[in-house]
Design a protein around this ligand. Structure first.
Ligand SMILES: NC(=O)c1ccc[n+]([C@@H]2O[C@H](COP(=O)([O-])OP(=O)(O)OC[C@H]3O[C@@H](n4cnc5c(N)ncnc54)[C@H](O)[C@@H]3O)[C@@H](O)[C@H]2O)c1
Length: 312
């Protein structure tokens, strides 16, 4: 009996040792792959004939991303509450012989999103790529935010992502093919003054994307054909950030919406799980997170950049 118990213990120990060895090999392989891909990025995938729904296409980065995906042969579903701006985007895409379709929808309204889903499916087809881009940014000290502003920023910047994903993810799951993209922000990686509710929503976007992708990854069915990309831009010159404060303009460059869109489309086509704009910020944040909090705070104070309040 004692021999049997000892034998069992040795057997269990050997199994754990084997599992740890396999884990080490897997981790080593992924690390080497990541280092390799730093120097040789993954190939750009085609988006031709993908049905790509983008929210907030009436202006800024949404418009620029839509234009680029239209040029690449995607069927672009332009969604915005601003009919005029959205029509301009559709016209620009069509002028370049791209395929674009205009839909008005307030994506904070769950029923409106579900109706949009039915309409798009009937008129164009099943959406294979969803880009949750629309966002707002009240910028003022925390206590100056009123209740309506706080609710509005949560409704659009994070709750709407739940509505659009619940509407468009199921058909991607049925085909094990799709891509969900979300616009977070540097404010989703760092706490920034004057942006308390905004930061809370952009941290929320990060959590939403991490956990949704985990839910599919751990699912017994294979959903590896559904990709996730979260973008963390710093300051993009779209007019959203009205009073940017940047001490070292070379280090923390304010980028144009066109430059930002080039990087967003590149990240999508390479199936990156996340990317910062500018790219260098990724390593700064990684370093700051690895260091004790106070060390990172000194660096943040030295860089001294962010946003001054502006009327909303
Ligand atoms: N501009 C920046 O510096 C910056 C930096 C980091 C992250 N971001 C994020 O990137 C995204 C795009 O930013 P941008 O600067 O291009 O914005 P923008 O203000 O230029 O455009 C946003 C678009 O969203 C639309 N929209 C607003 N409410 C909507 C609603 N309820 N339903 C549908 N559409 C709606 C607007 O009409 C507008 O066309 C946002 O999520 C923003 O938070 C922007």
């Amino acid at each position: 009996m004692a021999d049997q118990t000892l034998g069992r213990k040795i057997y269990d120990g050997a199994i754990v040792a084997l599992e740890v060895m396999v884990l080490d090999l897997k981790m080593m392989f992924s690390l080497i792959k990541a280092i390799f891909e730093f120097f040789v990025p993954p190939k750009l995938k085609s988006v031709e004939n993908e049905i790509i729904l983008i929210t907030g296409t009436g202006h800024g980065m949404g418009r620029e991303v839509a234009l680029r995906l239209g040029r690449l042969g995607g069927k672009v579903i332009c969604v915005d509450i601003n009919k005029k701006g959205n029509q301009e985007t559709v016209d620009l895409i069509r002028k370049e012989s791209g395929k674009a379709y205009r839909y008005e929808c307030d994506v904070t309204n769950r029923e409106a999103v579900l109706e949009l889903k039915e309409k798009v499916c009937r008129e164009v087809g099943e959406v294979t790529m969803l880009i949750n881009n629309a966002g707002i940014m009240p910028c003022k000290p925390f206590l100056a935010h009123n209740a309506a502003e706080i609710r509005a920023v949560f409704e659009l910047n994070i709750i709407a992502h739940h509505w659009t994903c619940q509407a468009f993810l199921p058909s991607m799951m049925e085909r094990n093919h799709g891509h969900i993209v979300a616009m977070s922000s540097m404010a989703g990686l760092l706490g920034l003054r004057n942006l308390v509710p905004y930061c809370a929503t952009k941290y929320g976007v990060r959590g939403f994307m991490e956990s949704l992708s985990e839910e599919l990854r751990e699912h017994p069915k294979d959903y590896s054909g559904i990709k996730f990309t979260t973008i963390f831009p710093y300051i993009v010159d779209t007019g959203l950030c009205k009073n940017p404060k940047v001490k070292f303009t070379n280090l923390m460059k304010i980028v144009s919406p066109q430059e930002a869109a080039d990087q967003i489309v590149d990240s999508i086509r390479r199936n990156y799980f996340s990317n910062t704009i500018p790219k260098s910020m990724h390593y700064n944040i990684m370093m700051a997170n690895a260091l004790p909090r106070d060390v990172g705070l000194h660096a943040k104070d030295f860089v001294d950049s962010g946003l001054d309040p502006h009327p909303y």
